[in-house]
Design a protein around this ligand. Structure first.
Ligand code: PLP
Length: 400
């Protein structure tokens, strides 16, 4: 049976070129990058190369603005916790209601355990940030504003460059979780006011367990992990040389493919989305259709459960993910779709299809072939579907 992987926002396959590049760093080039002998210096050179490859992808001014970490979650935690320490008496955070748990769970903990005030800025029905509310929340008490570049569930892109400038007007630092945007959206950080940016290797065809935090020169960083002097004292622990080498190669490949991402990948995504909406009634796209990542489609199928859809899709060889997370036995729809006020009847049936450059037109054909049957079958069994509601969407946001 054909296997179709459309869950690239969850994780990506490591590019074979990245695997090939990292392998020698497990064997012949096993040295510690900080050692003073040839084994070490070779590895040190490879780490520097990886840093420069990432610098190029981000358009950072200096290679030392890249701090390697263990992934996106660590980068997000480092940025926010550091700002609370370096920003004097400022002890408030401005973030959005639709961030990844890597930011939201940290903020919840800071509120509870440290009495930090967190402003969660809402979004509209398309998932667009309420910029007026953001502006209002910024104050001389704001230590940091942390707003994601692109949403992992809907792909909606936030105007981070403008948001960074607004944060600076209030004297606050600006951090962006760009885990989903890096490699998909062209970046030139040296021309922005962004102070810190998080990225993760496994979202761009590099391995899991390696990521980076961009820290603009001049921005003070308090390390999250203390120990040795690696990464100029900003992140202790022996460098993950194989991971860094692979991330560097992946960054270079992402840069080479960024146009492809914005044309071929976008065209596949659009064909899937339009094909689904044409074939299946009572379905709509969640997210800002005019300003989204090129690879992400979040399609809500009303009156059925996302988990059931995923199970049947899995049987048909298709891997995607649902907007809802199963917590303690109760199925709560995703916080992102709830923030967009998508009704429960639709949010429960939301499926995220996320492409990568490895997908093909045949993948799209296969999904379009099997999805109408899956949805029809589940609706027949759904207590919420009586046929009468067919054609009348309970939500149907109008997209101009
Ligand atoms: N931020 C966003 C927007 C993500 O999508 C993810 C991964 O799902 C993370 C952070 C966490 O990254 P990592 O898995 O590298 O810790």
């Amino acid at each position: 049976m054909k296997a179709v992987y459309l869950d690239n926002n969850a994780t990506t396959r490591v590019d074979p070129a990245a695997v090939a590049a990292m392998l020698p760093f497990f064997t012949e080039q096993f040295g510690n990058a900080s050692s003073m002998h040839a084994f070490g210096s070779e590895v040190g050179g490879a780490v520097l190369k990886g840093r420069r490859q990432l610098q190029a992808l981000l358009g950072a001014q200096f290679d030392h603005e890249i701090v390697f970490t263990g992934g996106g979650t660590e980068s997000d935690n480092t940025a926010i916790l550091s700002a609370l320490e370096t920003q004097g008496a400022r002890n408030e955070i401005v973030t959005s209601a639709v961030e990844h748990p890597a930011v939201l769970a940290l903020c919840a903990w800071l509120e509870k355990s440290r009495g930090v005030k967190v402003h969660y800025i809402g979004v509209d029905a398309r998932g667009r940030l309420d910029v007026a509310a953001y502006r209002k929340a910024l104050s001389p008490r704001t230590a940091i504003a942390s707003i994601m570049w692109a949403n992992n569930e809907t792909g909606t892109i936030f105007p981070v460059e403008m948001l960074a400038e607004l944060a600076h007007e209030a004297g606050a630092l600006f951090h962006t979780d760009a885990v989903q945007a890096v490699g998909k959206v062209p970046m030139n950080l040296k021309e922005t006011a962004i102070d810190m940016l998080s990225l993760s290797g496994h979202k761009l065809h590099a391995p899991k367990g390696i990521g980076a935090l961009y820290v603009r020169r001049g921005v003070r960083l308090r390390p999250l992990i203390r120990g040795g002097h690696q990464e100029r004292g900003r992140r202790a622990g022996t460098e993950n040389a194989p991971g860094i080498v692979a991330l560097g190669v992946a960054a270079e490949l992402a840069q080479q493919h960024i146009n492809d991402e914005n044309t071929r990948v976008r065209a596949m995504r659009d064909r899937l989305e339009q094909g689904l909406l044409q074939r299946i009634g009572n379905s709509f796209v969640a997210g800002d259709v005019d300003n989204r990542l090129p690879n992400t489609a979040n399609v809500a199928f009303e009156y059925i459960e996302g988990e059931a859809i995923l199970l049947l899709m899995n049987k048909a060889g298709i891997a995607a993910s649902s907007g809802s997370a199963c917590t303690s036995g109760s199925l709560e729809p995703s916080h992102v779709l709830r923030a967009m006020k998508v009704p429960y009847t639709a949010a429960h049936g939301a499926i995220r299809f996320s492409f990568s450059r490895e997908n093909t037109d045949e993948d799209v054909d296969h999904v379009l072939d099997v999805m109408p049957g899956i949805i029809a079958r589940l609706r027949e069994m759904s207590p919420f579907w009586d046929g009468k509601n067919a054609g009348q969407s309970g939500f149907a946001p109008t997209y101009a």
